[in-house]
Design a protein around this ligand. Structure first.
Ligand code: IMP
Length: 175
């Protein structure tokens, strides 16, 4: 059994912040347009599920998966798109939904792919922003929580497959 994470944000704090993000997002697009959310698997599944249910307007949803080489608690420099998107992004108001931006390399690569599909707009909402290790300059429009350079798990985020199911966010020591 892996050691339990040290709590960082409770389920209640996350719920409150996700509702605020949903409110901000809902006002960003014309009322007669349906924003198209592109969520990054696997880590963003819980965030996405809560975010869309807190939205006061319809959205459409698609998923992508990025892969990068490296161990559980470090991010390597070579992310690539391995799945999706399975929808036509042309002329859509696309919103990337990501669990965490760390070096920024994953988001940078994903934005390149999605921009090539010629969306009308491309926004990004991340639950967590870890600015200390940023290596790529990437625009992030909405941030849930800005956090220090610690390895965070729970609420969809894992460490070697562990802790993803937890309803709260916590810190584990890097291996
Ligand atoms: P980046 O490319 O360095 O910005 O990292 C993005 C990806 O690294 C995220 O989508 C996560 O999968 C993973 N990652 C970075 N930091 C953490 C963390 O603290 N906990 C869990 N996953 C993380």
């Amino acid at each position: 059994m892996p050691a339990m994470p040290t709590p960082l944000y409770t389920a209640e704090q996350i719920r409150t912040r996700v509702a605020e993000l949903a409110t901000s997002l809902a006002t960003r697009f014309p009322t007669d347009e349906t924003p198209h959310f592109v969520a990054v698997l696997n880590g963003s599944f819980m965030f996405l599920a809560d975010l869309v249910r807190a939205m006061t307007r319809p959205v459409t949803i698609d998923f992508v998966r990025m892969a990068s080489y490296g161990s559980a608690t470090t991010t390597s420099g070579t992310p690539r798109l391995v799945h999706g998107p399975n929808s036509d992004l042309r002329d859509r108001h696309v919103v990337i939904v990501e669990d965490i931006v760390d070096t920024g390399l994953t988001l940078h690569k994903l934005r390149e792919h999605l921009l090539a599909a010629q969306p009308r707009t491309l926004d990004t909402v991340v639950l967590l922003d870890k600015p200390a290790r940023r290596r790529a300059t990437v625009p992030v429009d909405l941030v849930g929580f800005r956090i220090p350079d610690r390895f965070v798990v729970g609420y969809g985020l894992d460490c070697d497959g562990a802790h993803r199911h937890l309803p709260y966010l916590g810190i584990v020591e890097a291996s």
